[in-house]
Ligand binder design. Structure first.
Ligand code: NAD
Length: 339
C-alpha cells in the first residue's frame, strides 16, 4: 500500500484527498499539511480516515513511511517543494503549473536527473472520458492525419481580481489546460502561437493587468493548425468542447450535463445546461489521474504526464502572453531561447 502525503488543503487538495479516500486502490493518505490547517479541516480529514494533519509539510518529507507526495499548495510553492520532495526520495504528483518561471521548472527537471522517483503534473483533463475518446480515435488513425484542432474552453464565472493578480494571468492559469490538451489530442508539440485578446467580461480584470477573452491560433510541430477560444464567463455553465478534424474524418465531443434528458413540447426542445464548473465536470477525471500516478509508482512505469509536458504548457503560455502583448506571432523556441 503506497502511503501518500498531501501538501496543501485548499480546493484541489481536498478534491484529491476525497478521491483517494473514496476511489483509489493501492494508496492511503497518511498526512495532510497546510500552514493554515484548521480544526475543521483536521476533523474533515479524520472523517475520511486520514489520521495525521500538520501545519508543516516537512513532516511529510521527513516521514520514511510516506512514498509519494501530492503538491496541491499555491503555485508559487510548487517548484521549491518539488525539488525538496525529489531530494527526499519521494515520488511527486504536482498540480499545474510547476511554476510560472522557466528557470524554476528547469531546477525541478535537473533535480529529477538520475533519480528513480516518478513525477506527474496535474493536467486532469487528459483523464476525462470524453477527451480520452478523441485522443484514442486520433491515435488509432480513425480520422486520418490531423489537420485542425478546435478547443472551446469557457469558465462559468470570472475569478476575483485578487486571484487574477497572483494567478500568472489567464494564459498560465486557465488556457494552460487547453495548451496541454492540444498537445495531447494530436501527440505533437506546439511551434508557434498568435493571440487576439480582450477585456470584455470585467474591467477589474483589465485593471489587474490581465485579459478575460481570447482567440488563440497555434501551429503544431506535426503541421496541424489549432484554435482555442477562451472566455472567463459563460452564462450557461462550464463550456469544454474539442474536435480534431483530419484527412479521413473528425472526432469531437460535447459538454457533459447532469442528465442527457431532452424535453420536447410545442414550444421547442430543451436540454440540461453543461455542468457548472471543474469540480462537477472533472471529478471522475481527478480520481483517474491519481490512479494513473499511483499505478506508475506501484508498477514502476512512466507517468502519463511528466515534467516535459509541464514545461511545454508553460512555454506555450509565455509565448501566448508575449503574443498578446506584442501583437505578433511568437515561436515557442523564442521563449526557450530566452531562458
Ligand atoms: N488541475 C486542476 O484542475 C486545478 C484546479 C484548481 C487548482 N489547481 C492548482 O492547484 C493549486 C492550488 O489551487 P487551489 O485552488 O486549491 O488553491 P487554494 O488557495 O484553495 O489552496 C491552496 C492551499 O495551499 C496552502 N499552502 C500554501 N503554502 C503552503 C505550504 N508551504 N505548505 C502546505 N500548504 C500550503 C494554502 O494555505 C491553501 O490552503 C494551484 O497551483 C492551482 O493552479 C489545479
Amino acid at each position: 500500500m503506497l502511503k501518500i502525503g498531501i501538501v496543501g488543503a485548499g480546493r484541489i487538495g481536498k478534491v484529491h484527498t476525497q478521491s483517494i479516500c473514496n476511489y483509489v486502490r493501492n494508496a492511503k493518505i497518511k498526512t495532510i499539511a497546510d500552514p493554515f490547517m484548521s480544526e475543521e479541516t483536521a476533523k474533515w480529514a479524520k472523517s475520511l480516515g486520514v489520521q495525521n494533519t500538520t501545519k508543516d509539510y516537512k513532516e511529510i518529507l521527513n516521514d520514511p513511511e510516506i512514498g509519494a507526495v501530492l503538491i496541491c499548495s499555491s503555485t508559487d510553492t510548487h517548484a521549491k517543494i518539488s525539488v525538496e520532495a525529489i531530494n527526499a526520495g519521494k515520488h511527486v504528483f504536482c498540480e499545474k503549473p510547476i511554476d510560472h518561471d522557466v528557470a524554476r521548472i528547469q531546477e525541478v527537471i535537473d533535480a529529477l536527473k538520475g533519480k528513480k522517483v516518478k513525477y506527474q503534473v496535474g493536467f486532469n483533463r487528459r483523464f476525462d472520458h470524453n477527451f480520452e475518446a478523441v485522443h484514442e480515435a486520433v491515435k488509432a488513425g480513425k480520422i486520418g492525419s490531423p489537420e485542425i484542432i478546435k478547443i472551446t474552453s469557457r469558465d462559468p464565472e470570472p475569478p476575483s481580481p485578487e486571484y487574477v493578480k497572483v494567478s500568472g494571468g489567464m494564459f498560465l492559469d486557465m488556457t494552460i489546460h487547453d495548451f496541454d490538451m492540444a498537445r495531447f489530442l494530436v501527440d505533437s508539440d506546439v511551434e508557434e502561437v498568435y493571440v487576439q485578446s480582450a477585456v470584455l467580461v470585467d474591467p477589474a480584470i483589465g485593471e489587474a493587468g490581465d485579459v478575460d477573452t481570447a482567440i488563440i491560433t497555434m501551429k503544431m510541430a506535426n503541421g496541424a493548425l489549432a484554435v482555442i477560444d477562451n472566455c472567463r464567463r459563460s452564462s450557461y455553465g462550464y463550456d469544454q468542447r474539442a474536435e480534431v478534424f483530419g484527412s479521413k474524418g473528425m472526432a469531437g465531443i460535447k459538454n457533459d450535463a447532469v442528465s442527457n434528458c431532452q424535453i420536447a413540447t410545442d414550444d421547442g426542445v430543451t436540454a440540461e445546461k453543461p455542468m457548472f464548473f471543474f469540480l462537477e465536470r472533472y471529478m471522475q477525471a481527478y480520481s483517474k489521474e491519481i490512479t494513473s500516478f499511483v499505478d506508475a509508482v506501484v508498477n514502476d512505469t512512466p507517468t502519463p504526464v511528466n515534467e516535459y509536458d509541464g514545461l511545454q504548457a508553460v512555454l506555450i503560455g509565455l509565448a501566448a502572453k508575449k503574443s498578446a502583448q506584442e501583437h505578433r506571432p511568437v515561436k515557442v523556441s523564442e521563449i526557450e531561447n530566452d531562458k
